[in-house]
Design a protein around this ligand. Structure first.
Ligand code: FMN
Length: 315
């Protein structure tokens, strides 16, 4: 018996596991590895710009014939140009984030595209639902990278969202195991989206030192920096402390670009993991190995199925 949700049928995937679009990371290689492994890969258009995204879509068309999604950062001025690219490559699924879902949802749907939108609260979920999105990705403050100022953890956000909207909900933030997947399904989700776990995949562009930091991370390794201006979940280290000391209300993400760049440039020489900018979610404490993305997908499914059998024995 395999775990399959209605969303799997809708998206044409085997398993309800999605690779999150990750700036700087989710390229054609990782996206196709997750899709070929039976999940849904997501290409990060923000990483590549318009011409680079065209190249990545071309690569994807050579690397997989399975479904995949493209992440569109809604605030970005290049979005109209990206929209022109989608039919050229027959893109069927788009994940929108970081902006108003009312802006492009109708246009995307009129192109026959299935639209999933990332939210971080019940309020933003209702806004996305009203905008007519096909599915909602509820992302808790457990997630790696940018998190909402409200900081709602997934355990509270997910059931609140699934009760209020009448479209499939995907859970994101802190997931890295089969038991986590099962928990999300129990709370009403039809799948999970993971970023951090896939950072530590063989096919991920993350530097080996970053992957090693994730493998070595314990359950309390991450925290939210820049809480007053641009909340971001990272591994706690010297870099975290230096950047967090610059936190000031009124500042925005652009104000931290140069310090983040310095943190990124430190990674290749940072053998003890103290000086690099390591974006990571709370699930990093659950990562014990680096392996192919397809194996990650299948192992999570197997673990979820075993846990399901165990739960049934409680009935
Ligand atoms: C390194 C990194 C970069 C990310 N960049 C983006 C992004 O550009 N757009 C976006 O919508 N989400 C982004 N995310 C969020 C992921 O798509 C995903 O929802 C999140 O990682 C799930 O939480 P997890 O990291 O605990 O698995 C990023 C996450 C990480 C870890």
């Amino acid at each position: 018996m395999t775990i399959k949700t209605p969303l799997c049928e809708t998206l044409g995937i085997e398993y309800p596991i999605i690779l999150g679009g990750m700036m700087g990371i989710s390229d054609a290689n990782l996206t196709s590895a997750v899709s070929n492994g039976g999940g849904l890969g997501t290409l990060s258009s923000a990483t590549f710009g318009v011409d680079g995204t065209r190249e990545q879509l071309q690569l994807l068309s050579e690397q997989t014939n399975r479904p995949y999604s493209v992440n569109l950062p809604l605030f970005h001025p290049m979005v109209p140009n990206l929209l022109d690219l989608l039919p050229e490559f027959g893109v069927r699924i788009v994940t929108t984030s970081a902006g108003n879902p009312a802006k492009y949802t109708e246009q995307l749907k009129s192109m026959g595209i299935y639209v999933m939108h990332v939210v971080s609260s019940v309020k933003t979920a209702l806004k996305a639902f009203d905008a007519g999105v096909d599915a909602i990705i509820a992302e808790g403050s457990d997630s790696g990278g940018k998190v909402a100022k409200d900081e709602v953890p997934i355990i509270s956000l997910l059931p609140a969202v699934t009760e209020r909207v009448d479209v499939p909900v995907i859970a994101a933030g802190g997931f890295a195991t089969g038991r986590g997947l099962l928990g999300a399904l129990a709370m009403g989700a039809q799948g999970i989206q993971m970023g951090t776990r896939f950072l530590a995949a063989d096919e991920s562009r993350a530097h080996e030192n970053w992957k090693q930091v994730l493998v070595n991370a314990g359950d309390s390794a991450t925290a939210i920096a820049l809480k007053n201006s641009s909340p971001t979940r990272l591994i706690k280290n010297q870099f975290f402390a230096e950047m967090d000391a610059l936190d000031e209300p009124g500042k925005g993400p652009m104000d931290y670009m140069s310090v983040q760049k310095k943190g990124n440039e430190s990674i290749p020489d940072d053998v003890d993991g103290s000086r690099g900018n390591y974006i990571a979610g709370t699930g990093s404490g659950l990562i014990t190995n680096i392996k192919p993305a397809g194996d990650i997908v299948r192992e999570i499914l197997q673990e979820a199925e075993q846990s399901m059998a165990q739960l049934q024995s409680y009935l």
